[in-house]
Design a protein around this ligand. Structure first.
Ligand code: CDP
Length: 207
């Protein structure tokens, strides 16, 4: 069974994807980490983020292991990831790696922005997780605070709006729900409620 989870920043898609993967004992790929790791590799080289050729080389050089989660999950890297993720050639360089992940004999859970539309249009279940920008900013501010990053709510809300805008309007694989995705609005749900709703969608789809 392939489960595709897409949605905007801090909608809860990552937590839902992890919990579904544990529940169904499936491998899980957080595809945002690929774009974050590409951005981090470029920044560590000291080059500009908008150099497409070097960004593609960085994307090609990624290995699915050894991700430095602490640095990758930071606020700065989310923003930088969204810049390199808007480049068509960078996305193309990361397709095979993601496609291979879907070929696991038992299936897989992938979360990102274009899983149901581009990476796994054949997925058995597609869920588009969303929530109001204000709720998402509150969650992300709490998460970053918990990780020791001093950020204020207004700055995080501004980041989220900017990222929504960039991710939704880029020409290459923009953030949008697949025509056959179920929309899951988590604005008024806590984590357990959101996971329960996602499980119900999968079970209804025959998972
Ligand atoms: O948790 P959050 O949504 O903030 O971050 P993420 O899922 O790690 O994604 C970071 C950025 O990578 C997003 O803003 C997108 O621009 C990009 N991304 C993408 O374009 N396609 C994906 N499949 C996953 C992430």
């Amino acid at each position: 069974m392939i489960i595709a989870i897409d949605g905007p920043a801090a909608s809860g898609k990552g937590t839902i994807a992890r919990r579904l993967a544990a529940h169904f004992d499936l491998p899980h790929l957080d595809t945002g980490m690929l774009y974050r790791a590409t951005a981090l590799a470029l920044m560590d080289e000291g080059g500009p983020l908008d150099d497409v050729e070097r960004a593609v080389a960085a994307a090609r050089g990624l290995a699915l292991v050894d991700f430095d989660e602490t640095r990758l999950r930071g606020r700065e890297m989310g923003e930088a990831a969204s810049v390199v993720a808007a480049m068509g050639p960078v996305r193309a360089a990361l397709v095979d790696m993601q496609r291979r992940f879907t070929l696991h004999p038992r299936g897989a859970v992938l979360d990102g922005r274009d899983i149901g539309t581009v990476i796994a249009p054949e997925a058995d279940v597609k869920i588009f997780v969303t929530a109001s920008p204000e709720t998402r900013a509150q969650r992300r501010a709490l998460e970053l605070k918990g990780r020791g990053e001093a950020v204020d709510y207004a700055a995080v809300l501004a980041d989220i709006r900017k990222r929504d805008e960039r991710d939704s309007h880029r020409s290459s694989a923009p953030l949008k729900a697949a025509a056959d995705a179920r929309i899951l609005d988590t604005t008024d749900l806590d984590i357990d409620g959101a996971v329960k709703a996602a499980l119900a969608i999968v079970e209804k789809a025959g998972g």
